[in-house]
Design a protein. Structure first.
Length: 373
């Protein structure tokens, strides 16, 4: 039997979307291929064995250190000749697992973009750079895909050997069977001229994916260049489910809890912005804070009118006279403060505050359910 290689990543989807050809190539060369990753499980038939890791986005979560312990135990038991780490979170804990092993595998770190740059705050930059320096001693090979990462890895000595490669590669065979007329039909459908040069960028719509940078760079390109942004609207899936839940709340509990739930939902959206890099305060996070304030203002106006408003000379009752406005105000205040703290403190704090806001919403649900009985 040939030698063993271990691939690690933060999520199954990362391996499935980008690295299956590499797994197949290693197996074709006689290697035994193991994959260890976190997130939602997916089938990876190209691997001889798949290990689920309890990885979480919050770096200092105890689950991440448990994942490192699992990797360390496997490295000692399986005798891997090579470990290939992908994504910043998994790469850090993979290398942490390998440190100090008497017989560790050769470790290659594929950098998919360092999470620090010249615009990163000093504290965050030192923490992220410190993590890379801490694990540099057991990083035998650093594979970078852009000039900035390459220069940073060389400057700070983030591995024994640093090289630059042109990305992870593209499998063009998927385009071989495209019908001849489909290209022209798509250009016509999207209003793209036949002689235009099309650039395509498919990514989640978030600040860390830097769509803004590409749009600004487009101004410096020739007029015949067209940019197509294929967005992955992760937030929309959350919003659709959220608004469905709010509609159910309105039907079951009427508007008293509905207003509190709207404020709570806005708080969760604010956490999403904070967790995806929309910090410090900007349009999106600022709009979330303003929306929470508007909910509080609406509640205040309803309280002044004893739950009613005047519409075209008619009195329209929105809330019952015995409505508990203090819970609505408290929910607005809690969510406003949580979003503000998350914007100021960053991703890790936002991660834990999300669970706190969900717990508050659950408490409201219990209260209003009991009230109905």
């Amino acid at each position: 039997m040939g030698e063993k290689v271990l691939f690690t990543a933060s999520t199954y989807s990362h391996i499935v979307n980008f690295h299956l050809p590499y797994l197949e190539k290693f197996r074709a060369e006689g290697w035994t291929v193991h994959v260890a990753c976190g997130g939602a499980p997916m089938a990876i038939p190209q691997a001889d064995e798949v290990v689920h890791l309890p990885l979480e986005k919050a770096v200092w979560s105890p689950r991440n250190f448990r994942a490192a312990g699992m990797l360390r135990e496997r490295m000692g038991r399986e005798g891997y000749a090579l470990a290939v780490a992908h994504t910043s979170l998994a790469a850090f804990f993979t290398r942490l697992a390998a440190q100090g092993l008497a017989e560790r595998p050769a470790v290659a770190n594929m950098v998919h973009g360092y999470l620090f740059d010249g615009e990163t705050g000093w504290v965050k930059r030192q923490a992220l750079l410190g993590a890379e320096r801490w694990t540099a001693g057991c990083t035998d090979l650093v594979l970078t895909m852009n000039g900035w990462d390459y220069e940073a890895a060389k400057r700070y000595g983030l591995g024994r050997k640093v090289v630059r490669v042109p990305g992870v590669g593209v499998d063009f065979t998927r385009f071989d069977g495209v019908p001849p007329g489909q290209r022209g039909a798509l250009r016509k459908k999207w209003g793209v001229r036949e002689d235009a040069f099309v650039l395509i960028y498919a990514a989640e719509f978030s600040r860390r994916k830097s769509q803004e940078v590409i749009i600004r760079a487009l101004a410096g390109l020739p007029e015949g260049v067209v940019l197509v942004l294929v967005l992955v609207p992760a937030l929309l899936f959350v919003l659709v489910a959220g608004w469905a839940a709010l509609a159910l709340i309105f039907y079951l509990y009427q508007t008293e809890m509905f207003l509190a739930a709207v404020a709570g939902g806005l708080g969760i959206v604010g956490m999403w912005f904070a967790r995806n890099g929309y910090t410090p305060l900007n349009f999106y996070s600022g709009a979330t804070l303003i929306a929470i304030v508007l909910v509080a203002v609406i509640a205040f106006l309803l309280a002044k009118g004893e739950g009613s408003v005047q519409v075209a000379g008619h009195k329209l009752e929105i809330l019952p006279q015995d409505a508990k406005y203090v819970l609505i105000y408290a929910t607005c205040a809690i969510n406003f403060a949580a979003v503000g703290i998350a914007i100021a403190a960053g991703v890790v704090v936002a991660y834990y505050l999300t669970y706190a806001l969900l717990a508050w919403l659950f408490a409201l649900l219990v209260y209003y359910t009991v009230k109905m009985m």
